[in-house]
Design a protein around this ligand. Structure first.
Ligand code: GLU
Length: 421
């Protein structure tokens, strides 16, 4: 790989880390400095107070954010995260990732992200309902079916989207297209819940056929057993891979002969953790990341592969099912040791692709069959994986740089063509 590029600093904030990847592409594309400034700073940021009356009678005020990174290519689009670490800089980083993600897969949206700093596991259903409604009203001047369309992310789900849609509709009239990832009964799309995990598997399959890599019998470890990790684990068997390890916040499990994913799903639905799954060995999250396996799927939080553990990752292929699981310095270490990283803005784009299908179905008031959703998703994932792979070969860069080259050039073109300044 190119040696003239200096090493990224180890102490970057989340948004600086995402911008680091952007700058690499911007340099190669010879993007003017003034435009680089515009594309590394969000167009709009909103910080709100979210007061919630708890079941105990106490009033608690949470911090909430909505960051709109770029609207050059269409309405802002991106999830809403409920997490104790959902701080402004983190949300900013995730909003920028959405800009590059929607551009690389070429869906007509910009990039945004929302966050509320809370621990959803500590809140009751009623408290979460009140919190979601209050947050929605606080950000309601900024969102709308043609302005900014939130979706689920970590700590939120289709129920959260139902409450958001209802709160927004109470004020502005019935508006299903204001959010995606809704329950089917409220205009959600078939296949949306599985979409990110399914897209990860589509992407892996396409990469394997482009590189003539046989997947049959390859061992795989998945960090995170939420919506993304659990669907990826469920579907990856279709490619012939064997899931040998899985983890969640409470810890991990390992079975060298392969885990029975269907049994694990049943166990997880009762015990709400993978820990204690009969017949499997207990491991930690750190051990999972350093496991002797062929493919590693980080499907949980940011920066889990960092300068402290990057040189101990043994898998030769890392597929970023989570957003920003690998820091820039760790990415450099992985590259230098000859490993392949399929980047987040490509690998986990299935969610926003099917969000686009949901939004299109809502605006046309026409529902697609699940088969059509999955077929179109697989078509977009294959097309994008091919484009990134070909760019990587042509430019002699990593898949991450290739994906950024494609995404950034599309956003730059749209920004310049609009000529608004
Ligand atoms: N939260 C998902 C992501 O990070 C989906 C966003 C969306 O569908 O708008 O890509």
């Amino acid at each position: 790989m190119r040696s003239e590029v200096s090493d990224p600093p180890a102490d970057l904030t989340p948004s600086q880390a995402v911008n680091w990847f952007f700058f690499q592409a911007a340099k190669r594309l010879e993007i003017k400095e003034e435009l680089q400034n515009l594309l590394t700073n969000p167009w709009r940021e909103l910080a709100v107070e979210v007061p919630v009356r708890l079941d105990s009678g106490d009033l608690k005020v949470f911090k909430g954010y909505r960051v709109q990174h770029s609207g050059a290519r269409g309405p802002y689009k991106g999830g809403l995260r409920y997490h104790p670490q959902a701080a402004l800089d983190e949300v900013r980083a995730l909003a920028a990732l959405m800009t590059w993600k929607t551009a690389v897969v070429d869906v007509p949206f910009g990039g945004a992200k929302g966050g509320v700093q809370c621990n959803p596991a500590e809140l009751s259903v009623d408290e979460l309902n009140r919190l979601t409604r209050r947050y929605t009203l606080q950000i309601s001047p900024l969102i709308g079916p043609t302005r900014d369309i939130p979706a689920p992310d970590m700590g939120t789900n289709s129920q959260t989207m139902a409450w958001m849609m209802d709160a927004y509709s109470q004020r502005y009239g019935y508006s299903p297209a204001v959010v995606t990832g809704k329950p089917i009964e409220l205009g959600g799309s078939y296949g949306r819940e599985a979409a990110t995990g399914r897209g990860v598997v589509n992407c892996l399959g396409e990469w394997a056929s482009l590189t003539s890599t046989p997947l049959e019998g390859k061992t795989l470890a998945v960090q995170g057993f939420g919506q993304v990790g659990s669907w990826a684990a469920r579907l990856v068997g279709n490619l012939g891979c064997t899931v040998i390890a899985v983890s969640d916040v409470k810890g991990g499990i390992l079975s060298r002969h392969g885990l029975n994913v269907n049994e694990l799903l049943k166990y997880h639905s009762q015990s709400h953790t993978v820990v204690g799954f009969p017949g499997a060995e207990q491991i930690t999250n750190d051990e999972l990341l350093q496991l002797d396996c062929d493919i590693l799927l980080p499907a949980a939080i940011e920066a889990v592969i960092n300068p402290n553990n990057a040189d101990r990752v043994k898998a030769s292929l890392i597929v970023e099912a989570a957003n920003h699981p690998v820091t820039p310095l760790a990415d450099r270490v992985l590259q230098e040791s000859g490993k392949t990283v399929i980047p987040d803005i490509l690998a986990n784009a299935g969610g926003v692709i099917v969000s686009y299908f949901e939004w299109a179905q809502n605006t046309q008031q026409f529902r697609w069959e699940e088969e059509r959703v999955n077929k179109e998703l697989s078509r977009v994932m294959s097309r994008t994986t091919q484009a990134a792979y070909q760019t990587a070969i042509k430019e002699d860069v990593s898949l991450r740089e290739a994906a950024y080259l494609i995404g950034v050039s599309r956003v730059v073109q749209a920004t310049e063509l609009r000529g608004s300044f």
